[in-house]
Design a protein around this ligand. Sequence first.
Ligand code: TTP
Ligand code: MG
Length: 410
Amino acid sequence: MLRTPAPRVIAHLDMDAFYAAVEVRDDPKLKGLPLIIGHPGRRGVVSTCSYEARKFGVHSAMPSVTAKRLCPQATWLRGRMSAYVRESRRIRSILSEVSPLVEPLSIDEAFIDLTGIARDLEDGAAIAQRLKDRIRERVQLSASVGIASNKFLAKIASDMRKPDGLMLLPNDRLEELFHPLPIERLWGVGPRSAERLHGGGVRRIGDVLRLSESELVRLVGKRGAGHLRRLARGEDDRPVQSGRRAKSISEERTYGDDLRDRDEIDRAILARADGVARQLRRKGLTARTVHLKVRRGDYTTWTRSATLPRPTDLTEPIVAAARELMLRRIDLGDHGIRLLGVGVSSLTTCGSGQSELFMDDGERQARRLTRAVDAVRDRLGEKAVVRARLLKRRDREDDDGEASSLPAVD
Ligand code: TTP
Ligand code: MG
């Protein structure tokens, strides 16, 4: 007789106010204060902030000028990426003590497959509590964990009791706990599709299931409707995938004559970012962290990283982050650039294309164009389609020799 497989037990763990929490731990004077991590300058943005600062409405990715207006008394710190990466590794190693199947999603979150380790979801929650205790003991930081039968629900759950939360979201309590959440919480529902859904009277996740098939199709298309319905029912069969795949992807190039001109530097960033983004798409991965490596004419070498608001496999967000790093975090002095590299890490496997269905029109268009360009390049070679921006001084890019890989950053 065939036995139905035992239900899965999946945990999603996300550290609380991660960068800010590391700073408070290392300088207890900051405890209890509104603390903002980010660049306070005119064009800066907030990376994250303490929960005390969130009470004033400050949040990640907010322009620093807005944050200053909302919370003028906040303490600002630029952040110490190397410290956050070190803590992230320590936390991951604690997670690996609990299960061999750990899938890191970003610097401060991961899925942990507890199937076969926990007897059921309740037992999973008990293990998660011990995991939280262990993290607090060893790295003095607090984490929030969601436990459910799949990745999607576990991720929703970890966010429900933040900070320092532990949330069990069993299938028989979806109506009570999951369906009242705003529709925006469904994976891939961006501002525009949310607007369309609101127009059709869909504001909460449960509303999706109350709508007739034809009404839902009218709002988000046929494929969109199928995916929305599956998510609203809390269905997701993606496996937790641990390591072994690439941890970072990068391209770098050395220049015979140092790059000095702002425009030249911009084009070099664009060319490397474009190559990296293409590799991401080929491998079906998205990245959340962007790295810029610069060697000046005097051989001083810098590597700087930034976290993107959400994972991407498109050129533009990678270029934007790399340019920002070049502008703000690298001091060229009077020197030119001898070597320039762009890399990405915090890689995750793309979803099954679901998120794309609910993208904003602009984003969907960008992605379609990207796919078309990829297809031409696959058939005719990388140089068959060259970005207009790169065409101007193509001679320069062509002379620069082969791209090579940066060492893995993560
Ligand atoms: P998050 O887990 O999104 O945020 P958080 O850990 O600060 O707070 P929460 O308690 O809500 O989980 O991101 C993890 C870290 O990634 C965050 O501490 C800083 C960085 N980050 C950015 O640099 N920019 C961003 O836009 C976001 C969202 C995060
Ligand atoms: Mg977090």
